[in-house]
Design a protein around this ligand. Structure first.
Ligand code: FAD
Length: 375
């Protein structure tokens, strides 16, 4: 594995792992882990060097998210969304916008999040209904985003809307302290991903200016296709591959240490050996496919997006299947939550519903492979 992956695994052990249990048990945003991510300037992973960042790309994003996700899925998810939002500015921001935000991101001064999904269009986040209208000389945003990870903890949010001035979509960067921004402050009580702090975000007559628009008017859909799709979809693949690897390693260790009265171990049982072989194979298929798809994306291969989507579909299934079988190996001890498998299983279930959901993505993949337009 590369230096960046090994470095991030080490970082995760020291700075993320100590907080992982509380993030889940107390449904607590991983604030301490993010303080360390900011302090070490990992917020600037994909910021070009000329703006003070590390100047890295899709492969290193994937490896870093994999390292974080293997330790704490919530931290991996929140972090990967920050990188996706940052990449939109890197790829589409004006020089003025880049100069305003990228050095601060690189120094760990600000963190970004994605406010894309809405209740009215659900998993089809690329069909926003939130409105931006021209009123006198201003642009005014009204509406509600339904799930915003890192809400209250991020400093800026990318918000997808219909364009007021062109055909198509606009992508906006909106500050938490803009007049008219509030959050429906209900604590996240989801099955898993317990610390992601997702909550609805409300826009009440929020004045935005063209300087807040990422890219030219109407370029939102292009950004979704060129930036959000690869970085977000491979990011999800990495988070849930991390969950599968974590479950696999945890249950292998447990099976060796769980002893019976005759001193035999759980792992001495042939059926358990079969199960372990199966989950190791599944977790590693997710890992190698995710890393290979990221490489394909970085190389600009013609079928890169298909590979990335396929890797995410595979990782989402593998995460649930590995955790499901690990629960079986772990017996009553796993069910009683004395080992972490049940947390990983709960986290794994998010993989299939994160937008675009696996049901929607598999339709897209089938269409793409048969030369039909998507979405
Ligand atoms: C932990 C977590 C964190 C999140 N964080 C964010 C965030 O930071 N930012 C953000 O913008 N969003 C976020 N989301 C929202 C997420 O990305 C989805 O938009 C959301 O889960 C959709 O939920 P829904 O109930 O509206 O799904 P629905 O759209 O109601 O879908 C319900 C089911 O129907 C299926 N379905 C719907 N349409 C089709 C179709 N045409 N073909 C086949 N199947 C279909 C879906 O696959 C799904 O299984 C988050 C969600 C979770 C769970």
């Amino acid at each position: 594995m590369t230096d960046i992956y090994n470095k991030m695994v080490e970082f995760s052990k020291n700075e993320i792992l100590p907080h992982t249990k509380d993030v889940d048990a107390l449904a607590q945003f991983p604030t301490s882990s993010f303080e360390a991510i900011k302090r070490e300037k990992i917020t600037g992973l994909v910021v070009p060097k000329e703006f003070g960042g590390m100047g890295l790309g899709l492969e290193e994003h994937t490896q870093t998210v994999l390292a974080f996700g293997s330790t704490c899925a919530t931290t991996g998810l929140c972090y990967m969304m920050h990188n996706v939002a940052t990449m939109c500015i890197v790829a589409y921001g004006t020089e003025q916008m880049k100069n305003e935000y990228l050095p601060k991101i690189a120094k760990g001064e600000i963190v970004l999040a994605l406010a894309f999904s809405e209740t009215g269009t659900g998993t089809h986040f690329y069909n926003p209904e939130i409105s931006v209208t021209k009123e006198n000389n201003s642009l005014v945003m009204n509406g509600r985003k339904s799930f915003v990870t890192s809400a209250l903890y991020a400093d800026f949010y990318l918000v997808l809307s219909n364009s007021a001035e062109a055909e198509g979509l606009d992508n906006w960067i909106i500050g938490k302290d803009f007049e008219g921004i509030t959050f429906e402050e209900t604590a996240w009580d989801g099955l898993g991903m317990r610390g992601n702090a997702s909550m609805p975000m409300l826009f009440n007559k929020v004045e935005v200016s063209p300087a807040n628009r990422v890219g030219p008017s109407g370029s939102g859909a292009e950004q979704v296709f060129n930036v959000v799709a690869p970085f977000f979809v491979i990011g999800l693949s990495a988070v849930y591959t991390g969950v599968a690897l974590n479950a696999c390693n945890t249950i292998i260790q447990y099976s060796m240490h769980r002893k019976y009265s005759d001193e035999s171990a759980l792992c001495n049982i042939p059926t358990v050996q079969n199960h372990i072989a199966e989950i190791f194979t599944k977790a590693n298929s997710a890992k190698h496919y995710t890393l290979a798809a990221a490489k394909s994306g970085a190389n600009g291969d013609a079928d890169a997006l298909a590979q990335i989507i396929s890797a995410r579909l595979n990782a989402s299934d593998m995460a649930v299947e590995v955790c499901h079988k690990a629960m079986k190996i772990g017996g009553g001890t796993a069910y009683a939550k004395r080992i972490t498998i049940e947390r990983l299983l709960r986290d794994a279930y998010a993989a299939q519903v994160m937008a675009p959901s696996t049901d929607v993505l598999s339709i897209w993949l089938g269409k793409a492979l048969t030369n039909q337009p998507i979405p």
